[in-house]
Design a protein around this ligand. Structure first.
Ligand code: SAH
Ligand code: SF4
Ligand code: F3S
Length: 441
């Protein structure tokens, strides 16, 4: 049982990426080693997402492809985890009969025992119970050699119930991890070589609410800011309603907090924001952006936007474009509204036809592309601090890193820069990245 190989395929958000890391870490203690090739694996886990219908389809088609592998290698164990697994539970076997187990979002810690049972009995297994405290959050994933960025979960679940969103049903109620546990985890990561941590939660701005001991997100940022060895702190996702002045001030007061915030707005129309249960208005959002820019003039602001939410009129959509013109986001993830089972929005009237959603999305994305390029071009001529994460995708002989405001930079260097923080003079800007020359080391 010592040289078994595990292959995990991940869909969805960073939380899922971190869950996959945790599953691998856990199984390392049970004789498994990760592989990058599904063909060589003894265990394949598809870690699923269910945020939009397309995400579901990706998981099904991937699982369909693994059927052939399973025929060739009868001992191969195939499991699903993540949000779609949580949603479907045992129903999954009806859609994918060759599946061995279904592991819900709160049950990562059960993986070794699930595998043991599947191997012993050969019968399919489902573990999707919700736990009050999610036991797997304590699994620390030490970055691999050469990797300097790490994820840290600071809270589980979500209590917001935005009308369109399925996450609260699949990840359970909001629960913050203990302050001291998080700081201890960051220390441990720093001592194993991490230089940047990304704090994860569906709504990190409300960190501490469920603790009731006075701790909050701003205090957490300050405490992590004191950890020796960590040079950069990032976090995702921020809910505009819970973004306090205290947190905003951290962008200026805590040197290590990077000058970037992902602050999903979803719509620029008050009527739609209300129907979405977002609990802020467009004016509230604009005021927070203004404050952020006042405290931290260089801050890069990215967001999420949904078009075609039920009841969205052409005027509502125009209000969204107008908000984009006013703010000029550095980057934007935009989506066609996708109806999710069980959500409040699935019961709303005023469905927007698919072609119309497509038209709106194209118009919105064209506008954003213009803004993104303009913002990237404005970086040309600047000297940027870049943390080198790996090699450039286009040219494996070049390095790739990120600026503090989260832009990708590619540059050449004769010396090995992996994992180092370097200074790069930006010489060109494109839609998705920057190019630069390394300043003398
Ligand atoms: N917790 C985060 C993000 C969760 S999901 C937050 O509060 O913003 C990431 C993004 O997916 C959301 O911001 C939203 O823009 C999009 N999304 C969620 N549900 C969706 C749906 N049903 N249809 C289309 N987009 C959706
Ligand atoms: Fe979903 Fe809203 Fe919670 Fe984000 S805050 S996970 S969009 S319910
Ligand atoms: Fe998807 Fe679940 Fe994340 S639905 S976006 S994997 S929380």
């Amino acid at each position: 049982m010592s040289d078994r190989k595990i292959y995990v395929q991940t869909f969805g958000c960073q939380m899922n990426v971190h869950d996959s890391e945790q599953m691998i870490e856990l199984l390392k203690g049970h004789g498994y080693q990760p592989t990058r090739e599904p063909k060589r694996a003894d265990l394949i886990i598809v870690n699923t997402c269910s945020i939009r219908e397309k995400a579901d389809q990706k998981a099904y088609s991937q699982l369909g492809r693994y059927r052939g592998l399973k025929r060739k290698k009868p001992g191969l164990i195939l499991g699903v985890s993540g949000c779609l697994a949580q949603q479907l539970g045992g129903e999954f076997f009806k859609k994918i009969p060759h599946l061995d187990f279904v592991l819900g979002t709160h049950n990562i810690h059960r993986l070794p025992s699930v595998l043991e049972t599947v191997e012993r009995t050969g019968s399919p297994l489902v573990e999707t119970a919700f736990h009050e405290t999610v036991p797997s959050t304590g699994i620390v994933t030490i970055p691999e050699k050469g990797t300097v960025t790490a994820f840290v979960t600071i809270m589980q679940g979500c209590n917001n119930f935005c009308a369109f969103c399925v996450v609260p049903y699949l990840r359970g109620v909001e629960e913050s991890r203990k302050f001291g546990d998080i700081v201890a985890e960051v220390r441990m990561l720093a001592s194993s070589g991490a230089k940047e941590v990304t704090l994860l939660g569906q709504n990190v701005n409300s960190y501490g609410k469920t603790l009731g001991d006075g701790h909050n997100f701003a205090l957490l940022l300050k405490a992590i800011g004191e950890v020796h060895g960590i040079g950069r702190i990032r976090f995702t996702t921020s809910h505009p309603r819970d973004l306090t002045e205290d947190i905003i001030r951290c962008f200026a007061e805590v040197e290590k907090v990077c000058e970037h915030i992902h602050l999903p707005v979803q719509s620029g129309s008050d009527r739609i924001l209300k129907r979405m249960n977002r609990y802020y208005t467009r004016e509230d959002y604009l005021a927070k952006v203004e404050k952020l820019r006042e405290v931290c003039p260089d801050i890069s602001i990215t967001s999420d936007m949904i078009v075609g939410f039920p009841g969205e009129t052409e005027a509502d959509f125009r209000a969204t474009l107008d908000l984009m013109e006013k703010i000029r986001f550095d980057g934007l993830f935009s989506f066609k509204y996708s109806e999710r089972p069980g959500t409040a929005a699935s019961r709303l009237d005023g469905k927007v036809p698919m072609e119309e959603k497509g038209r709106r999305l194209r118009e919105l994305q064209a506008l954003q592309e213009k803004h993104t390029l303009q913002k990237n071009l404005a970086c040309v001529g600047r000297k940027e601090e870049v943390l080198v994460e790996g090699y450039s995708k286009q040219n494996r002989r070049e390095f790739m890193g990120r600026t503090r405001n989260n832009r990708i930079v590619n540059f050449g260097s004769r010396e090995n820069c992996l994992g180092r923080t370097v200074s790069v003079h930006i010489s060109a800007a494109y839609q998705h990245s920057l190019r630069g020359e390394l300043e003398p080391l």
